[in-house]
Design a protein around this ligand. Structure first.
Ligand code: NDP
Length: 485
């Protein structure tokens, strides 16, 4: 049977674009549909704008540090109005690069929504149908708000990048990557940040000592972090007349404008405004904004999955095998929509493995083991491999750990601490995990990740000569375990 294309990709984020390009490079005829902006979550409303905001927010501390080192510069306030247009321009530039890369690879782009009709056919929003030998779903995920009354009053991380003005105060709900990163970013930009996390310590799943140090540093940096705390009730501030116990509403700072018309969260952003919140810790107050960073869910709604019989899991994710193939043989899925590891580089790997498997005759499974990642808090947390808590349940381990005041900030009498931690197998001597809390931990963990992926032992680390004076030299100079377990 003749198809319109060899491959039709639904979703133009990092994973979908890479899969389309690499597949096209094998000679396959490829089309891709994207309903919003090319680049997806990472480029348009995730990693890239977030990291640029991290950079912007870090100058806050840098000015004070420079002064302590003898510089005469005076700091000023952060100007969102200067930053925002540059951010938008940069995202537009990157989006253009994605488009040109696709076009240059011979991929036909449809700037519209697509849904499955049968195992080899998709329907575009205008009703046009396209057939393909293979269909790849790479539709990503979206931020979810908790199921509680008035949750729609809260914004999500999408909306932060679109706001006309930065809020004066914000309550961030959640304790994961996004909540902690934005708490630090907005705090650095001069927003008064309160964070509520329902559990005992933020960053569940990360190494306990590392989480503790990040939380301590966030508090020391000015984030008003409340653990074991959640929202009991929230209402639009203008509806609450009895504000006797609540802090007066701060000036209304305007809604988020300039929304991409197809942004699914556009309506919510426009509604965002001051919110009165009653919390489980007894506090009642008004925040300029409430932001929910309470997790993300796969974009599987109205994709036609049910009609075509593509199996989904408990959270709506598309169920795939190690080759990213669904139970319908012609349909594959990669990236956040499969809810394996929600990280851009993982989605890209899955896209490349898909192309190798289906179009290059090289069946390739994605190796999801020992994926390093970083939380861009201030200080950053870089992590690869097992935490102490997970490793000790598996086998006997040695723990090497040091926490100290780094030279650069100790010199100017700042209390900052860093942490370097290695988890080592007693039996094989392999380093099973590494956890770093420090400025630049994201960069450092990438390097350590290579060694650990290669199977480095503690003795390999030991025979590596230190680079002095650096903070990371501690990785190769920790001689005695602090404990065994
Ligand atoms: P996470 O799953 O990491 O965190 C969600 C947080 O919300 C958790 O603290 C969770 O608490 C809390 N939560 C969930 N439901 C509720 C509720 N009903 N009420 C109150 N709190 C709630 O999701 P994120 O949205 O932060 O990030 C999604 C994914 O995106 C991450 O897992 C990561 O893979 C990726 N990401 C990666 C980044 C990076 O690499 N630097 C940056 C940003 C995102 P609990 O712990 O109790 O479940």
């Amino acid at each position: 049977m003749a198809f319109d294309y060899d491959l039709f990709v639904i979703g133009g984020g990092s994973g979908g674009v890479r899969a389309a390009r690499v597949s096209a490079a094998t000679g396959a005829s490829v089309a891709l549909a994207e309903e919003s902006r090319l680049g997806g979550t990472c480029v348009i409303r995730g990693c890239v704008p977030k990291k640029l905001m991290v950079f912007a927010s870090e100058y806050h501390g840098a000015i004070g540090e420079a002064q302590a080192y003898g510089w005469a510069h005076e700091g000023g306030a952060f100007d969102w109005q200067k930053f925002k247009p540059r951010l938008r321009e940069e995202l537009t530039r990157l989006e253009g690069i994605y488009r040109r890369l696709l076009e240059g690879s011979g991929v036909e782009i449809f700037d519209t929504r697509a849904r499955l009709v049968d195992p080899h056919t998709v329907e575009l929003a205008d009703g046009d149908r396209k057939s393909a030998k293979h269909i790849l779903i790479a539709t990503g995920g979206h931020a979810v708000r908790p199921d509680q009354p008035n949750a729609e009053l809260g914004i999500t991380s999408n909306d932060i990048f679109l706001m006309d003005e930065l809020p004066k105060s914000i309550l961030i709900v959640g304790g994961g990557y996004i909540a902690c990163e934005f708490a630090c970013i907005l705090n650095g930009l001069g927003v008064e940040v309160t964070q509520h996390y329902r559990g005992a310590q933020i960053l569940r799943g990360f190494d306990d000592e590392a989480r503790g140090l990040v939380a301590e540093a966030m508090r020391a940096g000015g984030v008003d972090l409340h653990l074991g705390t959640n929202i009991v009730e929230m209402r639009a501030a203008e509806e609450v007349t009895d504000l006797d116990h609540a802090k007066p509403a701060t000036e209304i700072t305007g809604g988020a404008g300039e929304l991409a018309p197809t942004d699914p969260d556009a309506g919510a952003a426009l509604r965002g405004g001051p919110v009165w919140v009653k919390s489980t810790n007894g506090q009642e107050r008004v925040y300029d904004r409430v932001m929910f960073a309470t997790g993300r869910a796969p974009n599987t709604a109205d994709l036609g999955l049910g009609e075509v019989g593509v199996a989904t899991g408990r959270r709506g994710e598309i169920v795939v095998d190690a080759f990213s193939q669904t139970n319908v043989p012609s349909i594959y899925a990669i990236g956040d929509v499969t809810n394996r590891i929600q990280l851009t580089p993982v989605a890209i790997r899955e896209g490349m493995a898909f192309a190798a498997t289906v179009f290059d005759g090289k069946p390739t499974k994605v190796d999801h083991d020992l994926v390093a990642s970083a939380v861009f808090t201030q200080p950053e947390l870089g992590t690869v491999g097992l935490t102490e808590e997970a490793a000790r349940d598996i086998e006997p381990i040695e723990v090497y750990c040091t926490s100290f005041r780094p030279m650069r900030t100790a010199f100017i009498e700042r209390p900052d601490r860093v942490l370097f931690k290695l988890i080592v197998s007693q039996k094989t001597r392999k380093v099973l995990g590494c956890h770093i809390v420090a400025e630049g931990a994201g960069e450092l963990i990438q390097m350590v990740g290579i060694a650990i992926k290669m199977g480095a032992t503690k003795e390999d680390f030991d025979r590596t000569v230190a680079v002095h004076p650096t903070i990371s030299e501690e990785l190769v100079t920790m001689r005695e375990p602090v404990r065994t377990a």
